[in-house]
Design a protein around this ligand. Structure first.
Ligand code: SF4
Length: 110
């Protein structure tokens, strides 16, 4: 089973505990249809705007054995308030460079 870390938006932490992310990961639904059920070994926030901490957090999770970085839908799709992260593309690019091509990046959850 693929080991993943889910990175979520710190701005939505107060209103969302990530319940749907965990359920979809466990059941292999949504973005996890392509991987099948995954093991969530970390669930961290971006660290707050502009999201720089997400890069080191992603790297530290790779060092702990995760095989994929998953961005929760609050970041790219703006769930549940309809406001995507304005820094998403920069965060994604910086994480991709840091963790390398062997680590899969999944851009949403549900
Ligand atoms: S950088 Fe993006 S993901 Fe992080 S708190 Fe700000 S809006 Fe949310």
């Amino acid at each position: 089973m693929l080991k993943v870390v889910i990175i979520r938006c710190q701005q939505t932490e107060d209103i969302c505990p990530g319940t749907t992310d965990f359920r979809f990961a466990k059941e292999g639904k949504g973005a996890f249809e392509e991987t099948g059920p995954v093991e969530v070994v970390g669930f961290v926030s971006c660290g707050g705007c502009p999201g720089k901490r997400a890069v080191m957090r992603a790297q530290s999770m790779v060092e702990r054995g995760v095989e994929a970085i998953v961005f929760a839908s609050c970041i790219k799709k703006g769930n549940p308030i309809g406001m995507p992260c304005p820094h998403y593309l920069q965060i994604r690019e910086a994480i991709g460079k840091k963790v390398g091509k062997n680590i899969k990046i999944i851009e949403w959850t549900h």
